[in-house]
Design a protein around this ligand. Structure first.
Ligand code: ADP
Ligand code: ZN
Length: 348
C-alpha cells in the first residue's frame, strides 16, 4: 500500500507502511533549534534496531524513555519533561517528537502544547488504539483526580502512522484498538463492518487487512473532527460506547481495559437503541464484537454503575448523554434521565 497524506486542521497525517522513514526529511525541513525524542520503553525494546537508526539520524538533544501505561500519565511526569526542556534550553522553534501508545502521545502532546505556549510536535502512534483513534483530533491530557481531567487540544504538526509498529503489540492491546475500529464502523463506515464480518478468523497485525481497517477508521474520525474540533456538537458521537465504557473501567479499577469496556458499552448502546429507536442491527453488532473476542456483557448492575455514570469527569448532573444507533452510519446523542434509563434497563 502506498503512503497517503491527509490534511488535518493545521497539521498533516502521513499514513502507510514505511512512512516512519519520512521522519528524517521532515525534521530536516523544519530546521528546529533543538529536538527532543520521547519514546515508550516497550517500543524502544521491541523495535530496537529501528529506534536506534532513527535516533542516530535525528541526533536528538534530549532523549527520554518512559514506561507506557496509565501510571505514567501524571502531572509529575509532565513536570519532569518541562524541567528537561528548560534545562536543555529548548525554545519555541524546537520540536518534540513522541513515539509510543496513547499514553505517550497524551503526555507529550500536553507537554508540547504548554511549554512556552506551544512548541512543534510530531507524534508517531504505536498501538492500534492510538493509530486508529486517539492520534486524530488533537486531544491530549493527564490524569489528575480523575482520568484525563487536565489537557488541551493541540494538533501535531505531523502525525506519522506506520503499521510496522503494531506487529509487536500484545493481543489484549490489539483488541483494545479493534473495539474503537468497530465503533468507527458503526458511526460512519459500513465497509469496516463488512470487512470484519468477512474475516471472522482473528485479525492480527500481520494481516494486510488491518492496514485497510486503520485507514478507514482514520477517515471516519477525521471527517467528524474536521466538522467539530472542540466537541460542541457532532464530535460527541465519537463517544459511542464510552458513557458505559468509562463507568465500567472505573468500577473495575481499570482491570477491564478501555477497549473491553467500550465493547461492552457499544453492545449495551445497541440493545438500548433496539428498544428506544427500533434499531435492527443489534445482533449483527454483538456478533462482530464477539467474533473478534471482545466482551459484550457488562458484569455490573445499573445500581453498581450509577455513581460512576453520573460522576464521570466534567459532569455533575442527573442527566446522561448516551450515543444511540438509529442505523449503521446514523448515530445520535440522546439525553436521558437516570430514572428513564432504569426503566429501559429493566426492559432490555
Ligand atoms: P493506548 O495506546 O491504548 O492508550 P498505552 O499507551 O498505555 O495504551 O500502551 C499500552 C501498552 O502497550 C503499554 O504497555 C506500552 O508500553 C505498550 N506498547 C506501545 N506500543 C507498543 C508496540 N508497538 N509494541 C508493543 N507494546 C507496545
Ligand atoms: Zn475510546
Amino acid at each position: 500500500m502506498s503512503i497517503i497524506t491527509y490534511n488535518h486542521l493545521n497539521g498533516k497525517i502521513i499514513f502507510g507502511r514505511g512512512s516512519i522513514h519520512i521522519l528524517e526529511q521532515l525534521i530536516q525541513d523544519m530546521k528546529p533549534y533543538k529536538k527532543a525524542l520521547i519514546i515508550d520503553e516497550n517500543v524502544s525494546r521491541f523495535h530496537n534496531q529501528l529506534i536506534n537508526e532513527l535516533s542516530s539520524t535525528i541526533n536528538p538533544d534530549l532523549h527520554i524513555e518512559l514506561p507506557g501505561g496509565e501510571q505514567t500519565k501524571t502531572i509529575d511526569t509532565v513536570r519532569e519533561l518541562w524541567i528537561n526542556l528548560y534545562e536543555k534550553e529548548f525554545t519555541r522553534t524546537s520540536v518534540l517528537i513522541a513515539i509510543g501508545g496513547g499514553v505517550i502521545g497524551d503526555l507529550s502532546g500536553f507537554t508540547a502544547s504548554t511549554y512556552m505556549r506551544g512548541i512543534k510536535f510530531i507524534y508517531i502512534p504505536t498501538t492500534l488504539l492510538a493509530q486508529a483513534d486517539s492520534c486524530i483530533g488533537g486531544k491530549n491530557g493527564v490524569d489528575f483526580k480523575v482520568k484525563n481531567l487536565i489537557g488541551t487540544f493541540y494538533i501535531p504538526t505531523y502525525t506519522i502512522i506506520d503499521p510496522i509498529f503494531i506487529t509487536t503489540l500484545p493481543k489484549r492491546e490489539f483488541r483494545n484498538g479493534l473495539a474503537e475500529i468497530i465503533k468507527h464502523g458503526i458511526i460512519g463506515s459500513e465497509k469496516i463492518l463488512k470487512m470484519l464480518e468477512k474475516n471472522m478468523q482473528e485479525i492480527n497485525a500481520q494481516n494486510q487487512l488491518i492496514e485497510k481497517l486503520i485507514r478507514l477508521s482514520i477517515e471516519v474520525k477525521l471527517n467528524i473532527v474536521e466538522l467539530d474540533y472542540k466537541e460542541s456538537g457532532v464530535r460527541r458521537i465519537l463517544n459511542l460506547g464510552h458513557t458505559f465504557g468509562h463507568a465500567i473501567e472505573k468500577i473495575s479499577d481499570y482491570k477491564i481495559s478501555h477497549g473491553e469496556a467500550v465493547s461492552m458499552g457499544i453492545a449495551t448502546a445497541a440493545r438500548i437503541s433496539k428498544y428506544t429507536l427500533g434499531f435492527t442491527g443489534e445482533k449483527r453488532i454483538i456478533n462482530i464484537l464477539r467474533n473478534h473476542n471482545l466482551p459484550t456483557e457488562i458484569p455490573y448492575t445499573l445500581d453498581e454503575m450509577e455513581e460512576a455514570l453520573l460522576h464521570d469527569k466534567k459532569r455533575w448532573s442527573d442527566k446522561l448523554t448516551l450515543i444511540l444507533i438509529r442505523e449503521i452510519e446514523e448515530v445520535i446523542p440522546m439525553d436521558i434521565e437516570l430514572e428513564e434509563l432504569k426503566r429501559v434497563w429493566e426492559a432490555i
